[in-house]
Design a protein around this ligand. Structure first.
Ligand code: AMP
Length: 215
């Protein structure tokens, strides 16, 4: 199954993608995670991406399409994937269609996760991520006895640089200008379905599972 999780930053794409990935046994591909790993490892890609990410802007289409091309040609995604954070522009969406066409593959589902913008700023201000296992926590909801340590694996919890309120507002502007229009593209292809992303994580996950087109 080939799924895109679509929606603004902070809507919960990463959380839902991780759950779907373990339930459906298909890999979670987060371009944001891949870029953050590159930044941490100080690779050439990381050096190019860091300032752009910290400013809440988009990394160039050329770079992102190159990354996705590598992902789609790897063994890992042969049986399917859950894309989280890609595509973010129309050019990326069209390139993805072309890359899949060349491999005689098709997307099965594009799930648009919807939420109030005000909730996003609130949520991201309270988000902590584990450096080791990538699990995401909300300090207002998850009862963390130690907010520096991941209850799942003991790794260090940190706040992403781009989760500061000013950068979140910038990311939302970029989303509305460059990414939201991509919805029309998938609507025309008959692939877009919407789900409300406020509420309990498991309820949202079940709603997504119920709407997936399966082979
Ligand atoms: P995310 O973790 O998906 O919120 O991504 C974090 C940041 O990585 C974004 O704000 C962008 O700067 C960059 N990024 C991730 N995916 C993409 C993409 N598909 N196109 C451009 N920039 C991206």
């Amino acid at each position: 199954m080939r799924i895109i999780l679509f929606g603004p930053p902070g809507v919960g794409k990463g959380t839902q993608a991780k759950l779907l990935s373990s339930k459906l046994r298909i890999p979670h591909i987060s371009t944001g995670d891949m870029l953050r790993e590159a930044v941490a490892a100080r690779t050439e890609l990381g050096k190019k991406a860091q300032a752009v990410m910290e400013a809440g802007q988009l990394v160039s289409d050329d770079i992102m399409i190159g990354i996705i091309q590598d992902v789609l040609t790897s063994e890992k995604t042969k049986e399917g994937f859950i894309l989280d954070g890609f595509p973010r522009t129309l050019a990326q969406a069209k390139a993805l269609t072309q890359l899949l066409d060349e491999r005689h593959m098709q997307l099965d589902n594009v799930i648009d996760m919807q939420i109030d913008e005000q909730k996003i700023v609130e949520r991201l201000g309270k988000r902590l991520t584990c450096r080791e296992c990538g699990k995401i926590y909300n300090i207002a909801i998850d009862k963390l006895s130690d907010s520096s340590k991941c209850p799942n694996c003991g790794g260090e919890l940190y706040q992403r640089d781009d989760d500061k309120p000013e950068t979140v507002r910038k990311r939302l502007r970029v989303y509305n200008e460059s990414t939201a229009p991509v919805k029309e593209y998938y609507k025309h292809l008959g692939l877009l379905q919407s789900v409300s992303a406020s509420g309990q994580i498991e309820d949202i996950n079940n709603a997504i599972l119920a709407m997936l087109n399966r082979h």
